[in-house]
Design a protein around this ligand. Structure first.
Ligand code: ATP
Length: 362
């Protein structure tokens, strides 16, 4: 997640390699005798329409595997009906998977009993919904404290913690209002605060901002970026909006008809689309906002002392264009004081035009 439009490393958050969620061969099939679909290679291979005709079943999630790494913002993106909500609800078994394995910190989620599942949803993987789910007769503070009440925390302690989180999401001074006295954006902040209050290991966002108007939506996206930068909390974020996915995601799983068609960083998805579907999906993305200097640079050493321009490899091309346009000369790409290569007008224009030579050519 980045301060501009992409780049996973500019946030300063430490993304580890230990998966929080580990998903393997996951299926969710709706319809009669759903179990037989993943179990039968012939049925499993059918296209969605044919599967429906032959069996009356819909494979909302089909054979999906991925890891969510500690500290990352993992975005699940796709058009309406592609399976995003079903997939994310399967992670905590709000929807029961048909086949496959799901682990959180190595623990088998499908083997959890009801108590353990409740614990998972309350403490470890809290969900922020699009429709807030706020209690109308409670104040902001009491809505936020609600999850802590369920956890059995004493009144004074939960109010103190709730006040802290309310301030964190920018709602100071509104503690005693009721949800009806808030704007849509403010209600979404309450929903976010309520999820944060229980200090979950992972926050799951189900299209939380899609009902908000564009400016408030942008504010909320900035809020998520800020929270992530400050806390480094692992987040799984569903959206059907590509620019939101590129802005927030360290990695994006792009879904189509229940399957993940590509999983990668924003730069990988925009720069190396896996197929024509993805290529078409990202066609209008301003490439200079997503592609990094590391991809744009060519071999070479600036030679000079002080590394003229001195761009970090993870800066986006748009920033490099500003530097090169201002100085009129090629800029040096520097990491740990070492010159990795240089970017010049030609390379930068190549990225904007989508004609840049592939990275390996550097
Ligand atoms: N309870 C259900 N019974 C039958 N089919 C379902 C059920 N829930 C979802 N589906 C189907 O599964 C597919 C995936 O739905 P899902 O809601 O996960 O998609 P989505 O990508 O989240 O869509 P949206 O962005 O519109 O919320 C769709 O074809 C949907 O019609």
């Amino acid at each position: 997640m980045s301060s501009t439009t992409t780049s996973s490393t500019t946030s300063g958050s430490a993304i580890g390699t230990t998966p929080v969620f580990s998903v393997e061969g996951l299926w969710k099939v709706f319809g009669p005798k759903a179990d037989r679909v993943p179990a039968d290679p012939e049925l499993a291979a059918l296209a969605p329409a044919e599967l429906r005709t032959r069996t009356g079943c819909t494979a909302a999630v089909r054979d999906v595997s991925f890891d969510v790494r500690k500290g990352e913002v993992f975005v699940v993106m796709g058009l309406s009906g592609s399976g995003k909500s079903t997939l994310v609800r399967c992670l905590t078994r709000l929807i029961e998977p048909t086949a496959g394995t799901i682990a959180i910190d190595g623990e088998d989620v499908r083997a959890m009993d009801r108590t353990r599942l409740r614990e998972l949803r309350r403490h470890r993987a809290a969900m922020v919904f699009q429709h807030f789910g706020l209690l109308p007769h409670r104040t902001v503070l009491d809505n936020v404290a609600y999850g802590l009440e369920i956890q059995g925390l004493g009144k004074a302690e939960r109010r103190a913690r709730a006040a802290e989180v309310v301030a964190k999401v920018g709602l100071e001074g509104m503690e005693h209002r009721r949800p009806s006295q808030l704007s849509g954006g403010q209600r979404q902040r309450v929903g976010l605060a309520r999820a944060l209050a229980v200090d979950p290991e992972v926050l799951l966002f189900d299209e939380p901002f899609s009902a908000l108007d564009p400016l408030i939506r942008r504010d909320m996206q900035e809020e998520v970026i800020r929270l992530h930068r400050e806390e480094g909390r692992t987040m799984v974020f569903i959206t059907h909006d590509l620019s939101e996915a590129l802005k927030l995601g360290d990695r994006i799983a792009l879904m189509r008809d229940g399957a993940v068609v590509q999983l990668g960083t924003p730069e990988e998805i925009v720069g190396s689309p896996a197929d024509d579907y993805v290529r078409e999906f990202v066609r209008d993305v301003p490439r200079e906002q997503v592609m990094t200097v590391r991809t744009a640079m060519r071999a070479g050493d600036c030679g000079g002392p002080g590394h003229p321009g001195a761009l970090a490899p993870d800066e986006v091309v748009a920033d490099a264009i500003r530097v090169v346009a201002r100085s009129g000369a090629a800029a040096c790409v520097v990491e740990d004081g070492r010159c990795l290569g240089v970017v010049d007008h030609e390379r930068l224009l190549g990225v904007v035009a989508g004609t840049e030579p592939h990275k390996e050519a550097v």
